[in-house]
Design a protein around this ligand. Sequence first.
Ligand SMILES: [Zn+2]
Length: 376
Amino acid sequence: MWPEGSQPTVTEAVPFVATDAHRLHDPTIEVAWGAPIAMYECVERGDRIEAAVRSAPGFEQRPTAERDDAEVDRAIDAVHDPDLREFLANGWSRFQREAEPRREVFPDVMLHPAVLHGMDAPRRPHDIAGELGWWCWETNTPIVEGTFDAARAAVDVALSTIELVVDGHRLAYGLCRPPGHHAPRAAYGGYCYFNNAAIAAQRAVEAGVGRVAIIDVDYHHGNGSQQIFWDRDDVTYASLHGDPRRAYPYFCGHRDEIGGSQARGATINRPLPAGTDDAAYAAALAEVLERVDDRNIDLIVVSLGVDTTATDPLGDFRLTPAGLHACGREIARLGRPMVVLQEGGYDLETVGDDVVSWLDGASGAAYVFPDAHSDR
Ligand SMILES: [Zn+2]
């Protein structure tokens, strides 16, 4: 472990894990406010991030660890309902057979709690159309033929990355795509199918590292991660995000959500206003990190979204790449081993350089003004 409060410069190359299997998840449309639009969470995002990290100095690509699918499935089941995994494995092909051929499959009914309020517990439907609305909570998250294989491969990336840190690396980066932080225990949505960060955190706990914190710096609140660890005192969930009064996912991320009765204070939420810039973000982050530090954390999992920048189409913050660099640096200054897993970031022109800026901050590398921002 690093000396408390130091800004460690990682002198070794930062290992990063990525996989071509993310390309199997290639939806072309999502349904946003009732209209089909081009899918923001697209293959090109992953390819651009990988290209940028590969070509930046100071990183070294590592393969995913050798393991069979059953081991990945067990890791998924440690935080998710096994029936969710089963549904995602078969849902697309069932829809083709039992409903009608569709490239992207979406629910058109969903279980609203008021439908059965005050009555008997809901029963899981048998029909594929009903099942979609049982497992999926919104309409931005289609399943396509390769979704399950890509989502499972992203979990494999997360596991391989956390193992690098459990085995002694101070910092490692996993390019998880699809992302994960919007997926709760028993549902998928928000471009997320399996919660990569939660699975990594759980794996670290099982490996005996001690107390883990997920620090979520994506623009959006990680409702799935919060739900999974709501009543767990051994895993802190801390998030800075667009205020749910205006920002997706709308239903949680308020400041007074602090964890369940067994874990009061283990959930830390800092909703932030539109237009949040580098200085305002840094001040909020300092406050959050002080709280995290007070919880005697042994290992940090970062949910890294770079949809906090001024040019991101899905966020309304105004961070610059220098602000991202500072964010990585300040989290590293906690002096704990750190696993960084990719969540959002949707400006295709800048997403790769933005991830590199953040990681350079975390590794202690100097800030380099990225080319992609030079004409903006
Ligand atoms: Zn996001």
